[in-house]
Ligand binder design. Sequence first.
Ligand code: ATP
Ligand code: MG
Length: 283
Amino acid sequence: MIKIAIQKSGRLYEDSLRLLKDCGLSIEDGLDTLKAEVRNFNAEILFLRNSDIPQYLEDGVADVAILGENVLIEKGVNIEIVERLGFSKCRLSVAMPKGNEYDGPQSLEGLKIATSYPKTLQGFLDENGVTASIHLISGSVEIAPNIGLAHAICDLVSSGSTLFKNGLEEKQIILKSEAVLAVNKKSLVQFGDIINELSFRINAVLKARKNKYILFNVPNEKIAEASKILPVLKSPTVLPLIEEGWSSMHSVISDDDFWDVIARLKAIGAEGILVVPIEKMVV
Ligand code: ATP
Ligand code: MG
C-alpha cells in the first residue's frame, strides 16, 4: 500500500482531493483528520502541511505527494517530480514598495529582504553576485516593508492583489511554480506498479480537462473541409443524419483552439454545434 500525502488545508487541498477523486479513488474523508483510507485503490491518504511534505517524502513517511513545487525547491530534497498538475500556479517574486526603482538584481545590493523562502532567494542572489540580508518570516511577509522590517520582500504571487493592497510592486520573478506529483525514489522502486497506475490515471484526467468533445451537423459536401479544420486525435467520426445530404461529425478539440475552431466551423455552414466535457482520456 502506498501513502499519498496531500495538503491538510490551504490552497492546494481542494484541487488535490478533487484530482484524486477524479482518478477514481474513493476516499473516506471525515473521521480521521490525519489520514483517510482509499476503498478501491491500494493507498492511504495522509493530510499534512504543504511545507512539511518534502521532509515526509524524503523520510519515506509518504511515498507520493501532491505539493507546491516551490516548497520542494526551497527544501532542496532529493525527490522526483513525476507529473506537473497544472493548478496552484504562482511565482516567487521580489517586490518593493511602489515607486522604488529597480534596474535588475543589483538594485537589491545591501537591502534587507523579508521572505519565507530563504534558500531559494539566497540562490538567486548568489547567482547574480548580490549581497543582501535575508530576514526570515513565516507568514504575512507582505507587511514587512510597511512596518519598517525590510526594504523588499520575496514571496509567492498569483494575481498580485495582495501586493497591490500593501502598496508593493512585483519587480523580479525568481521562480515559477505549480502543484506537482512527487515521489520518493525508493518508493518508486518498491511500489512502481501502483505509482505508475496513479500517474497513468492522473494523466488521463489532466488530458481530459484540457480537451472537449465536439459534435455538429454539416452538409455532406462540407465534410472534407470540416475535417481539415478539426485538429483531430486520429480522424473524425462521421455519421449520416436521417435528413438526406447531411451528416453529424464528432471529434475532440483542445481548450486552446476551441473558439477558433468553432468560428471556422460556423463559417463553412456547420449547425447544431455541441461541446461536451470529457471525463477521462486515454490516447
Ligand atoms: P502549509 O501552511 O500547508 O504548510 P503553505 O503555507 O505553503 O503550506 P498555502 O498558503 O495554502 O500553504 O499555499 C500552498 C501552495 O499553494 C504554495 O506553496 C504555492 O505552491 C501555492 N500558491 C499558489 N498561489 C499562491 C499564492 N498567491 N500565495 C501563496 N501560495 C500560492
Ligand atoms: Mg501556510
